[in-house]
Ligand binder design. Structure first.
Ligand SMILES: [Zn+2]
Length: 260
């Protein structure tokens, strides 16, 4: 399991090699490279089953490096926090080499995940972008939609970034209305999940639709429809909070909870 403490004393341990959202294959069908001395360029990341782990952020991924989704689908769910943390910290290091305020090269601090500007003192930390993800229901039925980017046949819950100054609940109302033209009420918080594509924090909600009439926006959403529990489309992957929202609703319907 993952311990969120930087292994600052270690100079030897296992490495995760990450480039552009892809992670190099390592030992024993995992992404962890065998234990080795750490060069100064690596970012100490965490402890994994009490072993120190560091991140090597590289310029170019090898052709055989699986991307984050491929790793998540082939590894047990217990790996999710490590993979998610590694991808997000690697994306941040790659994208924050220069000070965003004055533009000079920034340097990495040791004691925490931070990039520091010697010239103006500005610091930046790994970016986390809060998003809402909502399963809209009407009785037993679920409103699922597909983005133009999805694999053919797949439908999922509605999601979107929270805008500056907006609460999560306001974002649920706005995103659902923008994407499918439906007003929702009885918003109920479910749980959250870090989502490393590239650095979202998904806040999961259930919401009840005021009506079933769908008006899709045609940009973010290619299609949306109501689905009954007995006739489901291809669903999002098992490691996603989207899938957990759907499975939770299905279990509640099976138990006779929340059915109108
Ligand atoms: Zn600066």
């Amino acid at each position: 399991m993952l311990r969120r403490e930087l292994p600052l004393e270690a100079n030897h341990g296992r490495l995760l090699r990450v480039a552009a959202g892809r992670i190099a294959p390592g030992a024993e069908n995992t992404p962890l490279q065998a234990a080795q001395p750490w060069p100064d360029s690596v970012q100490p990341l965490a402890y994994w089953h009490d072993e120190p782990i560091a991140l090597s952020v590289e310029e170019q991924a090898g052709e055989d490096w699986p991307d984050g989704r491929q790793w998540l689908s082939r590894l047990p769910e217990s790996w999710f926090p490590l993979i998610s943390t590694a991808l997000q910290v690697a994306a941040w290091l790659r994208d924050h080499r220069f000070c965003g305020r004055c533009g000079v090269p920034a340097s990495r601090l040791d004691a925490e995940f931070a990039m520091h500007c010697e010239q103006c003192g500005h610091r930046n930390y790994p970016r986390i972008s809060p998003c809402i993800i909502t399963l809209v229901t009407h009785g037993d039925a679920m409103l699922l939609a597909r983005s133009p980017r999805f694999p053919p046949g797949r439908y999922s819950t509605l999601a979107g970034f929270i805008e500056p100054g907006e609460s999560a609940e306001e974002a649920v109302h706005r995103e659902v209305y923008e994407e499918v033209g439906i007003s929702v009420g009885r918003i109920r918080y479910y749980r959250s999940q870090a989502w490393p594509f590239p650095h979202a924090l998904m806040l999961g909600f259930f919401a009840e639709a005021a009506s079933r009439r769908i008006r899709i926006d045609g940009i973010e959403i290619a299609d949306a429809a109501w689905f009954q529990p007995k006739r489901l489309p291809q669903l999002p992957p098992p490691y996603s909070i989207s899938r957990a929202l759907i499975e939770t609703h299905l279990a509640e319907v099976a138990d006779g909870i929340g059915v109108k």
